[in-house]
Ligand binder design. Structure first.
Ligand code: T1G
Length: 704
């Protein structure tokens, strides 16, 4: 008898409970346990079966960790056919999340009761797979093919109320779910409703080509470069076939999707995001630190970043004290906060009362010492070393030594800033990304003094903010900016000098899968922001010319990007549409001739190859220098913070799929052609020589 599935008798009902923490994944053991207990339903005293789960949720679906090996028997199909063909009515009682195989299991039951807090979804597409446990055949039978294709393409769970309205659940329960579900079973028995196999239902609507394109259109941007959506549509179409035939079609398509590189990449990112939140980079002499409880957060500096960070914490339900010595800055910040919340309300993202609550959680103050009673203080003042040191030393004086002190610097040495305090062990960098209230990544920058407790607290903060926290060692540009400046973006500029146009480079990288090309991103953020950041970084380490000579010249000329109507592109009359600017091309030609760079035709393949290979090469150097603890951490930084396409797995996973020997050969070719800065990273040379991979390197490092 499996310990993760138990069986109790409550009157005429056989109560089956799944208990497989932390997320009740329908693992091999759970499937075996279910088959065992369903057989117990044959006991003559049992008139109905009720399946529910303990813990926070019904189930997060199949056990994703099992996907790299053939799934053990009994299969989902076996478990579900035993439920569906059961002579007794089988009811599923759903609380919290019912996702993927968890919802598919519930759909194989004859009836579903959902608690008001239930959220039901098939998020498989986020893992590059299609629902493979009958979801593409039973969901259309319950809610219609059109609604089913929408739900599976979005992958977003729906509420119990919506699920009831669509016909996915039969009853909504408030209060005690177990009681309500047992009452529901008694009603089914009293009214003699009997078993109601979903497979016997037919799909109420048709899915023609216009329906399909209409269903795909809203997801075009999110699914750019992906293929799983086509398999989803094919599987849903098969729901018109007799059930067993449709199920066979689904199984074949599910196997195809599971074997795809797209799914391997997305599963890699899924687990990498969860692994990145665990201490790997902590100083050797420290133990796993106990994270502090954070209820009230102080933010010093009410500029765009400070205000955005304040919003992130208020949105997560925490009290925020936003400090700035300049009353005008505080007033501008309130304006920014209320207009940002107003536009979220206008877009229907949050109701007005939630916007009000969040706004009220942010308290402004001109008195720095007021933040002394906060559990965490984050400094977000102007990017100037002396100013940041002055603020940190004042905070260090007033804030109890066990409280965490963070700096939001993106360019300056955190180690140097921490020198202004008497407690460097409680100082680290919290590098938020624009917009701080919405971007998913939080780079946690540790110095050689940062304690494990401080790191654990920073991880807890990332989880509280629903961000992915990745530890970076304090160094030039940390993980993300180092790779962007020394690799990806630097190469984009080099290609412009050699003959490519901004539009060509951006289009090639957008076709590769980036949401936006580097020149357009620079114009969006402001070319001056990049120039200032590099000037700060050069105080740590310089870089040989040419290094962003085009962007820096545009800054000198005041062509800062969208905010000035021109940058790498023209933006006419305040539009956000980037229009090619012949004057920029002439400027680039001039900068190239000043450096004796011969210009030539460059094709898209070379553009993508050079920008991505240089990213990979610098990524390997970041690993060698222990700035990142894991190759997978780099993948998380770039997929959640820099727009690297998730379905390619990230800049370190991607070459593993190409084969490192091939990547090394191409890097060597460019080293020969383009010179020193293309020197292959020693780590790539070593792994290629061993025909190994970054994934293998991570496994070995973790085992050490
Ligand atoms: N399988 C295995 N482990 C899982 C898991 C799963 N489905 N879901 C979560 N975990 C682990 C996770 O790695 C972490 O482990 C811990 O649980 C807590 O997760 C047949 C084929 C449910 C919203 O896509 O979206 O069913 O790091 O940190 O932030 O058609 O986890 O502690 O060791 O993420 O509260 C479809 C995936 C599967 C849902 C909770 N299901 N999970 O978020 O906690 S495919 C999904 C999530 C499928 C069928 C197909 C989230 C969550 P560790 P966490 P959280």
């Amino acid at each position: 008898m499996s310990s993760s599935v138990t069986f109790d008798v409550v009157g005429p009902v056989g109560l089956i409970s799944i208990n497989n923490p932390p997320v009740n994944a329908i693992s091999h053991e759970v499937r075996r346990g279910l088959v065992d207990v369903i057989a117990r339903g044959k006991d003559s005293n049992i008139k109905a079966l009720l399946i529910m789960s303990s813990g926070e949720m019904f189930s997060a679906g199949a056990d994703i960790a099992e996907f790299d090996h053939p799934l053990g028997e009994p299969s989902f199909q076996e478990v579900e056919s035993r439920i569906e063909s059961c002579a007794l009515p089988v009811v599923a009682a759903i609380h919290g999340l019912a996702l993927g195989g968890g919802l598919e299991l519930a759909m194989a039951c004859h009836y579903r009761v959902a608690h008001t807090n239930a959220r039901l979804g098939l998020p498989e597409i986020t893992l590059g797979i299609i629902p493979g446990a009958g979801g593409t055949q039973r969901l259309p039978r319950l809610i219609g093919a059109r609604a089913a294709v929408d739900m599976i393409l979005s992958g977003t769970p729906i509420s119990a109320t919506d699920a009831k309205a669509k016909g996915l659940v039969d009853e909504i329960a408030e209060g005690d779910l177990r009681d309500a579900a047992l009452k529901f079973c008694e009603r089914v028995l009293r009214e003699g409703l009997g078993p109601g196999p979903t497979c016997n239902r037919t799909v109420s609507d048709n899915l023609d080509e216009s329906d399909i394109s209409a269903a795909l259109a809203p997801h075009a941007r999110a699914l750019k470069g992906r293929t799983t959506q086509n398999l989803v549509v094919e599987a849903i179409k098969a729901s018109k076939l007799p059930f067993s035939q449709g199920l066979a079609v689904e199984a074949a398509l599910a196997r195809q999707s599971l074997a795809s590189r797209e799914s391997q990449a997305l599963r890699h990112v899924f687990f990498a995001e969860r692994e990145s939140g665990k201490l790997s980079g902590a100083p050797a002499n420290s133990t796993q630190g106990q994270p502090a409880v954070i209820r009230r957060v102080g933010i010093v500096g009410a500029g765009t970043m400070g205000s955005g960070i304040a919003m992130a914490f208020a949105n997560a339900g925490l009290e925020v004290l936003l400090n700035d010595y300049d009353p005008a800055a505080l007033a501008r910040s309130r304006e920014f906060l209320s207009s940002t919340y107003a536009s979220s309300v206008k877009r229907g993202r949050i109701p007005q009362e939630v916007a009000n609550e969040r706004m009220q959680r942010i308290h402004s103050t001109g008195a720095l010492d007021e933040v002394a009673n906060c559990d965490l203080v984050i400094e977000a003042v102007f990017e100037d070393m002396e100013l940041k040191k002055e603020v940190l030393s004042k905070l260090d004086f007033s804030l109890p030594p066990e409280r965490l002190l963070a700096t939001n610097t993106s360019t300056l040495s955190v180690t140097e800033i921490a020198r202004a305090t008497a407690h460097p062990e409680r100082v680290l960098g919290m590098h938020f990304f624009v917009p701080a209230h919405a971007s998913k990544l939080l780079e946690i920058v540790r110095t050689d003094h940062t304690s494990a407790e401080s790191l654990s607290t920073a991880f807890r903060v990332a989880k509280l903010l629903k961000k992915v926290g990745v530890v970076a060692r304090d160094a030039f540009g940390f993980i993300g900016n180092r790779m962007m400046l020394d690799g990806y973006w630097r190469e984009a500029e080099q290609l412009l000098l050699e003959g490519a146009t901004p539009a060509q480079v951006d289009a090639a990288l957008e076709d590769f899968g980036f949401a936006m090309g580097p020149q357009r991103v620079s114009d969006l953020g402001g070319n001056d922001v990049g120039t200032k950041a590099r000037a700060q970084l050069f105080k740590r380490e310089s870089r040989p010319d040419p290094y962003f000579v085009i962007a820096d010249r545009l800054t000198e000329m005041g062509w800062l990007g969208q905010k000035t109507g021109r940058g790498f592109y023209l933006y006419e009359n305040g539009s956000r549409e980037a229009v090619s600017d012949p004057e920029v091309i002439s400027l680039i030609e001039k900068l190239a001739s000043e450096r004796g760079i011969r210009r030539r035709e460059i094709n898209d393949k070379e553009i993508v190859e050079r920008c991505i290979l240089s990213l990979i090469n610098v990524g390997a150097m970041v690993l060698e220098e222990k700035i990142a603890a894991r190759a997978a951490d780099i993948d998380v930084v770039w997929t959640s913070g820099y727009g690297f396409p998730r379905h390619l797995g990230g800049p370190m996973f991607y070459p593993d799929t190409l084969g490192l020997p091939h990547a090394l050969q191409r890097i060597r070719d460019y080293h020969e052609k383009l010179g020193h800065y293309w020197r292959p990273a020693a780590l790539i040379e070593r792994l290629a020589a061993e025909n190994s991979s970054f994934e293998e390197w991570d496994r070995r490092s973790a085992a050490r």
